[in-house]
Design a protein around this ligand. Structure first.
Ligand code: SF4
Ligand code: SF4
Ligand code: FES
Length: 249
């Protein structure tokens, strides 16, 4: 059953902008991205929005709906009452390019800083063998669709632009955890996690976990185990002695 929804959409660019009001038809079963597309088709042809799959799998339609970080294509209109104003704004943590499109290149810079998978020398692709239990552990992290909702939500950078240089963010903590837990990986990223990626700035509030559309337990399964590994490595006297005597690498 259709009705007219009240939408408030942020319009503007790097020089500034404002919320603009629209009244727009909604049909049964639609998601917020459908309404944004209808706005483009009927009232605001120059409205900028990034999207690709409309299936919650490409991670490109991230924005904030009524102040909550969401995928526009996975936010059902049925979650709002018919008289509720639906406010759609760009991700707050990244610079606006135009309207709902932000510049997420911070994340790609951070991705490049994580040392890649380092198998033992001489082990060729195709010769990798690992137990199913180890495969399953990293599979949770491999579900990441790089929507960057967790990065956008994390208070360490959301309100503190100057922390960005020293903080990789939850998406890259799961990447580091995945590699550190990989049985065939020989690199050691524990010191870098603390000193370069800013793991110590995370105070395990779990806000990143709450917004992850893939349901990845970022804090419990990646961040806390990585913090434990760093503490063991740096502050356990027996491990410290072992590291002195049998230095890895
Ligand atoms: S748990 Fe850590 S990484 Fe996640 S939102 Fe909180 S401070 Fe940020
Ligand atoms: S961990 Fe979750 S919230 Fe973060 S980028 Fe990946 S899919 Fe998105
Ligand atoms: S359009 Fe691909 S996740 Fe929304």
């Amino acid at each position: 059953m259709g009705y007219d929804a009240q939408f408030r959409v942020w319009r503007g660019d790097v020089d500034g902008g404002a919320l603009q009001d629209y009244s727009i038809p909604v049909n049964e079963g639609e998601v917020v991205l459908d309404i944004i597309h209808r706005l483009q088709a009927t009232q605001a042809p120059d409205l900028a929005v990034r999207w690709n799959c409309k299936a919650g799998k490409c991670g490109s339609c991230s924005a904030e709906v009524n102040g909550r970080p969401r995928l526009l294509c996975m936010t059902r209109m049925s979650t709002f009452t018919q008289d509720e104003v639906v406010t759609v704004t760009p991700l707050r943590t990244f610079p606006v390019i135009r309207d709902l499109v932000t510049d997420v290149s911070y994340n790609y810079l951070k991705a490049r800083e994580v040392p890649s998978f380092t198998p033992p020398p001489g082990l060729a692709p195709g010769e990798y063998r690992m137990k199913q239990i180890d495969v399953e552990r990293s599979q949770e992290f491999r579900k990441c669709i790089e929507c960057f909702l967790c990065q956008n939500t994390c208070h360490v950078v959301r309100d503190h632009e100057d922390n960005k240089a020293a903080f990789s963010g939850p998406r890259y903590f799961i990447r580091v955890a995945e590699l550190e837990m990989h049985p065939l990986d020989t690199a050691d990223r524990r010191n870098a996690s603390q000193d370069e990626f800013g793991l110590g700035l995370c105070n395990i509030t779990k806000c990143c976990t709450e917004v992850c559309p893939e349901g990845i337990k970022i804090t419990d399964n990646a961040i806390i185990p990585m913090k434990e590994r760093v503490v063991d490595h740096r502050y356990d006297p027996l491990v410290w002695l072992g590291n002195k005597l049998f230095r890895r690498g």
